[in-house]
Design a protein around this ligand. Structure first.
Ligand code: GLU
Length: 300
């Protein structure tokens, strides 16, 4: 019997729904650098569950841009679209625990309902919490509508899930580089505990109407399947870690260490994104910026 590989495992997990920008470069380079410093492995994972937005040319561009930055990663690359069975199995476990229910409401219906409730709470991303909870419809009616072929998403019954998961849900957040010496509250590896608050997200979608999974579910299933020990990603995903820790506990999956790095902001202090026309790595390259300069900009 071979012994398990003891090396730490890092991953960069972009979605091929646009071209990479400096924010992605920061994540990818930080992961690769931390893996190298720890004598660990560096993986690339393609998060392509959204068939309507992901495109093969963007996926090819990810490989090309990362190679241009001087990165290399293990093969084969895991593509989420090839692992729907694994997500379905995890979903079935949550269903068997009674933690999931079908939800038929459209986004427009949710928006309309919430508009009529001033002061309705929002999740950490600023979206209104799901306003129709499980008690709003009988299980029987849900089953009838499912059987009739009505499209539905599956949502996590957050109150029940939190109760089943039990007390003390938290994660360990690694200090920013350069590693600070251990002090008050920090472990020897420079990690400090963060209390998870999954309830802040309400009844999150765990499987979308058009695909039998969601970002939250596939990310925890994949991190476990790939033996990821260190999740290094942008600060915009820090709050989602609460949901990930909840799912890991419910599904009996191991807990990685986390590090959420500061986002790269544009001149107006906005997070980079395709929707606001942020320059892609490709644009930078086309106007003659060297890979070395981009590495400096991304990590600086
Ligand atoms: N696919 C996610 C994104 O592109 C990142 C997922 C993660 O690192 O956990 O934003």
């Amino acid at each position: 019997m071979s012994r398990p590989d003891p090396r730490p495992v890092f991953r960069f997990a972009p979605s091929p729904n646009g071209l990479l920008h400096l924010g992605h470069a920061r994540s990818a380079l930080l992961n690769a650098e931390m893996a190298r410093a720890a004598g660990g492995r560096f993986l690339l994972r393609i998060e392509d569950i959204d068939a309507t937005r992901c495109r093969p040319d963007y996926e090819a561009a990810i490989h090309e841009d990362l190679r241009w930055l001087g990165l290399d990663w293990e093969r084969p690359v895991r593509r989420q679209s090839e692992h729907m069975d694994a997500y379905r199995a995890a979903l079935e476990r949550l269903e068997a625990m009674g933690l999931v229910y079908a939800s038929f409401e459209s986004r427009a219906e949710i928006r309309r309902d919430v508009a009529a409730r001033p002061g309705w709470p929002v999740d950490p991303d600023g979206a209104p919490l799901f306003p129709f909870n499980r008690a709003a419809m009988s299980d029987e009616e849900r089953r009838t509508r499912q059987a009739a072929g009505e499209p539905y998403a599956l949502r996590l019954d957050m109150a029940r899930a939190v109760a089943v998961a039990g007390e003390g849900l938290s994660w360990r957040e690694l200090a920013p580089r350069p590693a600070t010496p251990p002090s008050g509250g920090r472990d020897e590896d420079g990690a400090a505990p963060v209390t998870a608050d999954p309830a802040a997200w309400g009844d999150v979608v765990i499987a979308r109407k058009e695909t039998p999974t969601s970002y939250h579910l596939s990310v925890v299933v994949d991190d476990a399947a790939q033996g990821v020990t260190h999740v290094v990603r942008g600060a915009d995903l820090k709050a989602a870690t609460s949901v990930h820790r909840l799912l890991q506990r419910l599904l009996g999956l191991p807990e990685p260490l986390y590090h959420h790095h500061p986002l790269v902001l544009d001149g107006e202090g906005r997070k980079l994104s395709k929707s606001i026309g942020s320059e892609s790595l490709r644009d930078l390259r086309a106007r003659g910026v060297s890979a070395e300069a981009v590495r400096g900009l991304a990590l600086g």
